[in-house]
Design a protein around this ligand. Structure first.
Ligand code: CA
Length: 280
């Protein structure tokens, strides 16, 4: 019943030709939902700018750390983070991953915005636990070392899937080792292919370019199932495409704010959410 689904804004979930699109250029989400709408036993970590965990369309699907007592100022689970109830901010080393940009909340909403209530949005997975792993600052920049902290935190907390809508920097042995640790833990590592219009086979983009078997590199498609003009691609290095143009989702300005974003950043969480459905 969510308005952005019923009025057709969420074309990536169900495309009937609205806004001049090509019918069925979509995820066929309603058909998937006939099989499963997800499971609250599946946890997806969003490595990004944080998540506005109070957002009306996200709050009910936020991961809650079972080992932490909220707000008591104590590191109850002795993992180095105080009151890390919904995840961490690896930049400051705190347990508060509040989003100060919007990008991470947008990704989170695509994966698992609350269905049939909570506001107009609905995610690919109706039931899922969203873990907020902040390593990107308000300006969208961040350090690989902080991303690695997020990966290892998620491994320790038993995450199932990691959604990575970020890129930059060259090959890193330390990052590759972290992706390998995730692989050893059975964690899928979904990554955005990048937005430079490049062939990633010729110019590798990381972390999407790591070749471990658990890495899925995602290009962006438009509402005609065509590669988005900005999307990276690569016959070998990119695995698939998903909707990434005119994508409606949550942002962080308020608990009821939404926006349309473009990017492979928007396509990767479609795949992470779908992986959550499949796992469920
Ligand atoms: Ca803790």
């Amino acid at each position: 019943s969510d308005a952005a689904f019923t009025d057709g804004r969420l074309w990536g979930l169900h495309n009937t030709g609205q806004s001049g699109g090509t019918p069925d250029a979509d995820l066929d989400a309603p058909a998937a939902w006939d099989l499963t709408t997800g499971s609250s036993e599946v946890t997806v970590g969003v490595i990004d700018t944080g998540i506005r965990y109070t957002h009306q369309d996200l709050a009910a699907n936020m991961w809650v750390n079972p080992g932490e007592v909220a707000g008591n100022g104590v590191d109850d689970d002795l993992n180095g983070f105080v009151d890390d109830v919904h995840g961490i901010n690896a930049i400051t080393g705190s347990g508060n991953p509040m989003d100060d940009n919007g990008h991470g909340s947008h990704c989170a909403g695509t994966i698992g915005a609350v269905a049939n209530g909570g506001g107009p949005h609905v995610g690919v997975a109706w039931q899922v636990q969203l873990m907020a792993l902040k390593f990107l600052a308000a300006d969208g920049s961040g350090y690989s070392s902080d991303a690695i902290t997020c990966i290892d935190y998620a491994i320790d907390k038993g995450v199932d899937i990691l959604s990575n809508s970020w890129g930059g920097g060259g090959y890193s042995f330390a990052m590759a080792a972290a992706v390998l640790r995730a692989q050893a833990a059975g964690i899928l590592f979904v990554a955005a292919a990048g937005n430079e219009g490049n062939d990633n086979d010729a110019n590798a983009s990381y972390p999407a370019g790591y070749t471990m078997a658990n890495v899925i590199s995602v290009a962006a498609l438009d509402r005609h199932d065509q590669l988005a003009y900005f999307s990276n691609y690569g016959a070998t290095s990119v695995d698939l495409g998903a909707p990434g143009v005119d994508i409606f989702s949550c942002v962080s300005a308020s608990d009821s704010s939404y926006a349309l974003y473009n990017g492979t950043s928007m396509a990767a969480p479609m795949v992470a959410g779908l992986a959550g459905l499949i796992l469920s």
